[in-house]
Design a protein around this ligand. Structure first.
Ligand code: SF4
Length: 332
């Protein structure tokens, strides 16, 4: 009989070795094309404090990479022989000559004598629907611009978005090369690199945030504090709407994945509840989502105290709380 316990220990012990190699190595010293368009304060904070990739993050990254490699094969099949030069699992790294700015395009597509950088993105079903309907996040377009610029693919980038749960859902986007935008990305990378060298943090950029509501710097970010203190006159601030929508995406994804309540799911719901309460929102709609909040009064009975007390003193042991219940409508 194989000693599976020893084998398990061997395998678990081998994981850290994998994580410090190749794609999973720490990238604290460089700014990736996928990072350069994101909130500079958060990116630099991560670079200055980044620890080695943990096994859970590595699992998610590898799942995405495996899917992207499969998509590369689909794209090769779809175009005439030789049109797609894919780097696949061995992504080549392109580096800026003077700034620590790097990118790893998934390949290159040649069509009608024009050359395009090829980038594949996977997204969960909610994000996929949202990008198809509302367009890509600004930093995806920035990433595509940097890839095209560093690869000298001046006809732009073909970004292929794939639903991670359904390979039948594929949406290509052409991002034309824009030299002005590319130069702006170079300037952003140079600014980040300077702060990394000095060990300081640049200003926060809420409009380039993946979600300020989840940011570890939200209590130390003047830009976020200012934005939250000046809500739009005609309704919830777009940043707040974006953060709430992100939270709803997370909750929906967790509810789809798991049958029972989990700590992560409950924490996300608590965060959403607090956000809605703090912003005085009883109903929040985003796309097909709708969440309603119903305040209520709940009485609980302290039975331990009741046992040792006279029933007549019951009233003294009643605790009154104000629970809030939420109802979700995902519009599916
Ligand atoms: S709170 Fe928002 S703007 Fe501020 S550092 Fe975090 S992500 Fe950036």
């Amino acid at each position: 009989m194989l000693d599976t316990e020893s084998i398990r220990n061997l395998l678990v012990a081998a994981v850290p070795d994998l994580l410090i190699k190749g794609q999973l190595q720490n990238r604290n010293a460089v700014i990736g094309a996928s990072e350069v368009g994101m909130c500079a304060r958060l990116v630099v904070h991560r670079k200055l404090n980044e620890t080695a990739v943990d096994p859970a993050s590595a699992g998610r990254m590898l799942r995405g990479t495996a899917l992207e490699n499969a998509c590369v094969q689909i794209i090769r099949e779809a175009f005439p022989t030789g049109a797609v030069k894919a780097t696949g699992a061995n992504q080549r790294e392109l580096r800026h000559a003077t700034i620590p700015l790097v990118c790893h395009p998934d390949g290159e597509l040649t069509l009608d004598k024009k050359k395009y950088a090829l980038e594949i993105k996977t997204a969960d079903p909610n994000a996929f629907r949202s990008y198809v309907k509302n367009g890509l996040k600004v930093w995806y377009e920035d990433q595509a611009t940097v890839q095209a610029g560093l690869a000298d693919n001046l006809d732009g980038t073909l970004l292929v978005l794939v639903d991670s749960s359904n390979l039948g859902n594929i949406q290509p986007f052409h991002i034309p090369f824009d030299r002005g935008r590319y130069l702006a990305m170079e300037a952003r990378a140079a600014l980040m690199a300077r702060h990394m060298a000095e060990g300081t943090l640049p200003e926060g950029e809420p409009d380039r945030s993946w979600g300020c509501s989840k940011c570890p710097l939200r209590g130390d970010c003047a830009a976020f504090t200012l934005r939250m203190a000046t809500p739009a006159a005609d309704g919830p601030d777009p940043l707040l709407v974006a953060d709430l929508t992100q939270l709803l995406d997370d909750i929906k994804a967790l509810e789809d994945q798991i049958a029972e309540p989990s700590e992560e799911l409950e924490a996300s719901k608590k965060q959403l509840k607090e956000s809605l309460a703090n912003n005085g929102l009883a109903v929040f709609r985003a796309g097909s989502y709708r969440v309603t909040v119903t305040p209520g009064v709940k009485e609980t009975f302290d039975s331990k105290a009741f046992k040792t007390a006279d029933p007549e003193t019951y009233a003294k042991f009643v605790k009154v709380t104000n629970p809030i219940t939420m109802r979700f409508n995902w519009g599916d």
